[in-house]
Ligand binder design. Structure first.
Ligand SMILES: Nc1ncnc2c1ncn2[C@@H]1O[C@H](COP(=O)(O)OP(=O)(O)OP(=O)(O)O)[C@@H](O)[C@H]1O
Ligand SMILES: N[C@@H](CCO)C(=O)O
Length: 328
């Protein structure tokens, strides 16, 4: 269970008292998520119904210096009608505060559940919501470099070493060497850039039926190639979990939904096959590193790097190069 910090009832009540949300009614640790500690809390003002919130305590993977960017972005997008949670500021109008040396923030609770097996209608809605974020983020005015770009993939994979990669799968070192060389030589430099989510997996999208009710977990958000975010979302949504089965129906729906809100330009479309190889490499790199470096007794089970090696092979196959061509 990913609640790394224990907070007793007194501590939780004291934290809640720093916000103008009434008194604490209930608090429950949330098992999902691996980066931070999260609680679902309820608070009530006198004579009102209880309201739900998410309390997040940032653990070592999130830099406190990045919080003004992440939390400011949520407020910017929410104010422009995007389905993202607002932050609740404390009585001194601060978006985050500290407790026992760790940063914490209170975030609006949004209804919905994460889907395991998306339908085309759901993929379409996610594509549209992603495009809405790309447009709304344009006026945000703050920048954050992508800490998970090409240099980070190279660093993580070289830390794994060829022997480590071969221990995961006999062919993995060869795939990584070949693909990193292609990505380093051909990574686009002149495509439109903006703020991107960079990790829009199904577990970071809350849905009710076919509607997106929440995009969450913006803790990899950064300034990078806008179309790279389409590629990340494509890699995350359009395959079976193990990466063995490509879902053309979800791919078509995701891209169509996106284009209903923000057109994909000719150069962006041309670059998508390569950007998708990069997206697959990004998650292959972090998963391979975690696979080799997570202690056996850790609270979290590492995710399968081969699921993204298979996606990478799919995107690199010239037979699939038509995949991102405009349909219809
Ligand atoms: N604003 C919200 N409204 C409703 N539920 C939320 C909200 N934010 C988070 N959750 C719930 O908490 C869970 C964990 O949140 P989140 O994915 O942000 O955690 P994390 O540890 O930062 O994630 P990750 O490990 O994916 O980086 C989500 O799966 C969701 O169930
Ligand atoms: N969404 C990522 C984990 C967080 O970056 C993955 O599935 O590997």
């Amino acid at each position: 269970m990913a609640v790394y910090t224990r907070l007793g009832a007194e501590a939780l009540s004291a934290i809640v008292a720093e916000f103008d949300i009434g008194a604490l009614v209930s608090a429950k640790g949330i098992a999902e998520g691996v980066s931070n500690s999260n609680w679902l809390i309820e608070a009530r003002k006198p004579g009102r119904d209880a309201t739900r919130y998410i309390l997040t305590m940032y653990e070592s993977r999130v830099e406190t210096g990045d919080l003004p960017f992440f939390l400011g972005l949520l407020d910017h997008l929410a104010a422009r009608g995007c389905p993202v949670p607002r932050t609740i500021h404390d009585r001194e109008n601060r978006a985050f505060r500290h407790h026992d040396g760790k940063a914490l923030a209170l975030i609006e609770f949004l209804p919905g559940v994460s889907v395991d097996e998306p339908t085309p209608a759901q993929a379409r809605a996610v594509g549209a919501a992603l495009a809405q974020v790309h447009i709304a983020a344009a006026g945000f005015g703050h920048e954050r470099a992508n800490s998970m770009g090409l240099a980070a993939w190279q660093g993580l994979l070289s830390a794994c070493g060829a022997d480590g990669l071969r221990a995961i799968h006999p062919e993995l070192a060869g795939i990584v060497e070949r693909e990193l060389a292609v990505l380093a030589a051909r990574w686009p430099r002149d495509l439109p850039r903006g703020v991107i989510h960079a990790d829009l997996f199904p577990d970071n999208v809350l849905m009710l039926g076919d509607a997106v009710t929440g995009l969450i977990d913006f803790y990899f958000a950064c300034t990078d190639i806008t179309a790279y975010d389409i590629a990340v979302t494509h890699a995350a949504w359009c395959f079976s979990n193990d990466g063995t089965r490509f879902r053309a129906d979800l791919s078509h729906a995701l891209l169509t939904g996106y284009e209903a809100v923000r057109p994909i330009s000719g150069p962006e479309r041309e670059a998508l096959p390569l950007l998708a190889r990069g997206a697959a490499m990004r998650f292959l790199a972090t998963r391979a590193y975690d696979w080799l470096n997570t202690p056996a007794d850790a609270l979290v089970t590492p995710k399968d790097p081969m699921a993204f090696a298979r996606r990478l092979e799919f995107y690199a196959d010239p037979c699939n190069s038509e995949l991102f061509r405009k349909a219809d």
